[in-house]
Design a protein around this ligand. Structure first.
Ligand code: 5AD
Ligand code: SF4
Length: 451
């Protein structure tokens, strides 16, 4: 242990928010074992990349980065380089055989073994841990978190949905939930440290189950810990979004009126090929119902352009659904075939040129919709959580509404990061709202204005 105490670990995180949360778990485990944490790559004894496999270009980026990091071994031959996360799980030993520079490969369910596997690498062997688990939730691990306002907290792991395009069920294994009690305890700690926003994470949070407690129960329990912490959650699958959950969101002012509800495609034929298990009609009904139960609720989505066999008509249906739902935001991707998935067997018949064109049209529609939604907010009041200075100037503060929109206001003596403020919107682009300070909101008041 005494030698180990001097070792420093550096980590870079790629991909989704789940990986950000996992990185904090990894650092928690390593710190517990005696590691120091460094943000300086050149000062590190262990360099870890927490990786993403969701699309081919995510992996390409990481290979590029590995190429850079390799050069560090010239000056520090003892440096241990490790790949964590989805790429580690997907490529396993190949990463060591192909990329001679990798010493440690650890998948998402084996992080407890990291200290041991890194020691193996220090001893000159390769450290591999890629078994998936049906039970691992890292329930008892205290993640390493820097002070701040916003925290990620994973409440369930894995995915059992098997959408045909998605590699996640193969890289992150089966669904399992953390205990409600341990999650509530962690939020209490975050509250004591002054955090103001917590995002509950899971590939499919609505499948959360701990004994009799479902995801709505969990959200309610979390919301009650500290009314000045606002809670978000992601991702919801349209199949499992229950009425109970909608009523729970409506009942608690500190549960954000914002649901990330990926539709993926506007064509029922494509949805079926994707194994998404809902139709557009079902999806639209759900949106209608949510809007009735939660006044002012906003939605975001994920869209895939160019899934196998997608025709121009299918694509137009996707544009239609975007215009119909009017999402506040969208994450938009070109389809990327992933080995082992069902869609991989369907070929990849939409050319890259066509995918690019369709994606461009999808982005344009979303920008237009976002612009229109934001224009309608001019003259209205919103409540924002002040996060800090705006990116461009320390004359301005930046915050977000509970519907996740960025609002920029002039600096005000009354306000500091972590405060809630009522603001009046007076200008809007498709991406940003601009406003002015109205009044500070005390935490026990409601944190959202209902429309
Ligand atoms: N190609 C393109 N996009 C994908 N996604 C998942 N798998 C793929 C793939 N093979 C997108 C989906 C999902 C989001 C996290 O990533 O839209 O909701
Ligand atoms: Fe992938 Fe579908 Fe599971 Fe989301 S719900 S992680 S897209 S398989």
């Amino acid at each position: 242990m005494s030698l180990m105490e001097k070792n420093k670990v550096y980590i870079e995180t790629y991909g989704c928010q789940m990986n950000l949360a996992d990185t904090e778990i990894v650092l928690g485990i390593l710190q517990n074992y005696g590691y120091g944490i460094t943000k300086d790559l050149n000062n590190a004894d262990v360099v870890l990349l927490n990786t993403c496999s969701i699309r081919e270009n995510a992996e390409q980026r990481i290979y590029g980065r590995l190429g850079n990091i390799k050069t560090l071994k010239r000056t520090n031959p003892n440096l241990v380089i490790g790949i964590l996360g989805c790429m580690a799980e997907r490529l396993r030993k190949d990463l060591i055989d192909d990329k001679k520079i990798v010493d440690v490969v650890v998948g998402p369910d084996e992080y407890r073994r990291l200290p041991e596997l890194i020691d193996t690498a220090f001893g000159g062997d390769k450290g591999i841990g890629v078994r998936l688990s049906k039970t691992e939730t890292y329930d008892d691990i205290i993640p390493y978190r820097e002070d701040g306002l916003m925290a990620w907290l994973s409440v369930m792991r894995g995915c059992d949905k098997f959408c045909t395009f998605c590699v996640v069920p193969f890289t992150r294994g089966r669904e399992r939930s953390r205990s409600l009690q341990s999650i509530v305890e962690e939020i209490k700690q975050l509250s004591r440290r002054g955090f103001k926003e917590v995002t509950l994470l899971g590939q499919n949070v609505n499948s959360y189950l701990d004994g009799q407690n479902d995801f709505a129960d969990l959200l309610a329990a979390c919301a009650e810990v500290d009314r000045s912490i606002r809670m978000r959650f992601t991702t919801s699958h349209p199949q499992d979004l229950s009425d109970k959950l909608l009523y729970t969101i409506a009942a608690y002012p500190n549960l954000c009126n914002y649901i990330h509800l990926p539709v993926q495609s506007g064509s029922n034929r494509i949805l079926k090929l994707m194994n998404r298990t809902y139709t557009i009609e079902h999806y639209l009904n759900l949106i209608d119902k949510a809007r009735k139960i939660i006044p002012g609720v906003s939605f975001s989505t994920d869209i895939i352009a160019g899934f196998p066999t997608e025709t121009y008509e299918d694509h137009l249906m996707t544009l239609d659904i975007m215009r119909e739902v009017k999402y506040d935001g969208a994450y938009m991707f070109k389809y990327s075939p992933r080995e082992r998935t069902k869609a991989f067997e369907m070929g990849d018949d939409v050319s890259d040129e066509v995918k690019t064109k369709r994606l461009q049209e999808i982005i344009e529609v979303q920008q237009k919709v976002s612009f229109e939604i934001n224009q309608k907010l001019i003259g209205k009041e919103e409540i924002i959580l002040i996060e800090g200075f705006s990116r461009k100037s320390d004359q301005f503060l930046s915050g977000r509404t509970d519907t996740n929109k960025v609002v920029i206001i002039p600096v005000d003596d009354n306000l500091k990061p972590g405060d809630y403020s009522k603001v009046k919107i007076n200008k809007a682009t498709h991406a940003t709202l601009f406003g002015e300070f109205v009044e500070k909101i005390t935490p026990d008041k409601k944190l959202a204005l209902t429309a």
